[in-house]
Design a protein around this ligand. Structure first.
Ligand code: XMP
Length: 514
């Protein structure tokens, strides 16, 4: 049976992934495609509905993103948002102009509650606007269904052709009844059933994996992070002992993490995985000795990981499938596809090995957003503490030690980090802070301990709140918690005589120190 799908056609808007997530919150599967995707491909998907995103351009600009008007004739209802609404009007014969008053922010909009888009929405409702241009003349066949003080056509519809357009952004939370509007579009206009659920995802994936794998052998690199853990458990439920998981301990994990991963996935854990732990700490430390440049460190860790994994895989012999924990945000391409500057190379431990003998890759989580991966994990019975883990970078503590890495420095940062995590949890903050850790600055400073002078390291504490990890704010952790953590660190961790709290947001800093 064909999976009910809504397609988001991306014109370079900042919120493309948010739109897809909101649609999925309605229980409707949703995928994002660049506006550069051929029409035939979109048509072949037989979407139940299509959403045009916003975008930074003006639709009359030369080279501005556009789409073939044939899209309006495939029978699927279409909702255009912001730039998407202007493009819809433009392509169908309306007119776009520079708005006399630029609207930005929360704006009160009056809606026509008789429209299917606004069923159960308040007549006056706050919506998020962000535009310089606006629709000054609607395309033939459209009627206005919302206006604001400065925007006569804040929303429009052509019920006969099932086309809808909003100048505002229903997908952002600032639009107070935005989720209602999107759900109205998906259910009232597109007629979706809304049966995309994690339990059905898990069930269907297991069946599909079994079919694909047959009696083949499967190999998975397990890091203990959320994605690879969920992928491994899903695979083990599907093909049991045909799966082998290799866990490379690169010596840059948090305190006790290697043993914790082994306790869950190893022979004494609840999952019957063929689990191989490789203790490769020394190899990594010797490769990293004396290396201080952050990108070189990342590269060394990533490459060494693959070498270790390959060696282990060789011992197993030829396999048929290799599992990758790719998730949807890794797959989505931005519609505009500009060349943005590389701030840091986020290569994950677990990139593709070149010398492993396998036929095909399996990416069971390719369609899921992070929160959906967590839901699938819960569905599979993986314990909360694993499923709700904060993100941990592939290169691990290697990028939380500024400058060169040694076993002693790793031990120091592990201890300090464990204390910080304990205190954050004790204060009940672990659910509200998005990411928190200790880092070892490369700074020595003078201190006094007892009657003696010290010349020791400074630890930096970091805690941030964020929803997307692209921007972040330094978390306002109470002084009491910071003070207690500081006291414990200087007392319990040898060679640390100073603790600093990082108050910087992202930008201008990044979350990790390297
Ligand atoms: P930054 O430091 O770029 O981090 O602000 C944003 C988020 O990405 C994580 N991060 C990484 N994750 N491999 C990963 O898997 C990496 O190389 C890497 N570098 C940073 C970081 O922990 C934060 O959540």
């Amino acid at each position: 049976m064909k999976r009910e799908t809504v397609v988001v056609l991306d014109f370079g808007g900042q919120y493309n992934q948010l739109i897809a997530r909101r649609v999925r919150e309605c229980g409707v599967y949703c995928e994002i495609y660049s506006y550069k995707t051929e029409f035939e491909k979109i048509k072949a998907l037989q979407p139940k509905g299509i959403i045009f995103t916003g975008g930074p351009n003006s639709c009359y600009e030369p080279g501005a993103p556009t789409y073939t008007p044939e899209i309006f004739d495939i029978g699927a209802p279409i909702l255009g948002i912001c730039y998407g609404s202007q493009l819809m009007m433009h392509l169908l014969g309306g007119k776009i102009s520079k708005a006399p008053v630029r609207e930005y922010g929360k704006i009160e909009v009056t809606v026509d509650r008789n429209s299917k888009l606004f069923t159960d929405v308040s007549e006056k409702t706050i919506c998020w606007m962000s535009h310089n241009d606006y629709v000054s003349e609607m395309a033939p066949g459209f009627t206005a269904i919302a206006h604001s003080d400065n925007c006569p056509y804040a929303a429009m519809e052509n019920t006969q052709r099932k086309l809808y357009a909003t100048q505002f952004h229903p997908e952002v939370l600032h639009t107070q009844e935005g989720q209602k509007m999107l759900s109205n579009f998906v259910f009232n206009v597109c007629g979706c059933a809304g049966d995309w659920r994690m339990d059905s995802f898990v069930e269907q994936s297991i069946t599909a994996i079994r079919e694909k794998v047959g009696d083949g052998k499967v190999l998975c690199a397990l890091s203990g992070g959320v994605d690879s853990s969920v992928a491994a458990v899903l695979l083990s439920k599907a093909v049991g002992e045909q799966l082998t998981c290799v866990f490379v301990d690169h010596g840059l994990l948090r305190k006790n993490e290697g043993d914790e991963v082994e306790a869950v996935f190893g022979p004494d854990g609840p999952y019957k995985l063929n689990f191989i732990r490789v203790n490769a700490q020394e190899r990594f430390y010797s490769k990293l000795a004396g290396v201080t440049e952050p990108e070189s460190k990342r590269k060394i860790i990533g490459e060494e990981f693959i070498r270790v994994f390959e060696e282990e895989a060789k011992k197993i012999g030829a396999v048929d499938f290799l599992v990758q924990g790719t998730i949807y945000p890794d797959v989505v391409e931005s519609g505009v596809g500009g060349e943005s500057t590389v701030i840091k190379s986020h290569h994950n431990v677990g990139g593709l090995p070149e010398h492993v003998d396998f036929k095909e890759i399996i990416e069971p989580l390719r369609d899921l957003f992070k929160d959906e991966v967590r839901r699938a994990g819960r569905e599979l019975g993986i314990p909360d503490y694993l499923v709700d883990r904060q993100p941990f970078p592939g290169p691990g503590l290697g990028i939380r030690i500024i400058g060169d890495v040694t076993a002693e420095k790793v031990a120091m940062v592990q201890e300090a980090d464990a204390i910080w995590r304990e205190e954050i949890a004790a204060a009940g903050l672990d659910k509200t802070i998005s990411q928190y850790f200790a880092a070892l600055t490369n700074m020595h400073s003078v201190g006094v301990m007892g009657d003696g002078r010290t010349y020791d390291y400074a630890i930096a504490l970091r805690a941030v709140t964020t929803t997307d990890f692209m921007t972040a704010e330094s978390a306002q952790v109470s002084w009491e918690v910071i003070e207690k953590t500081t006291n414990r660190i200087v007392n319990e961790v040898k060679h640390v005589n100073r603790v600093l709290y990082d108050c910087t947001g992202k930008p201008p800093a990044t979350i990790e120190f390297e």
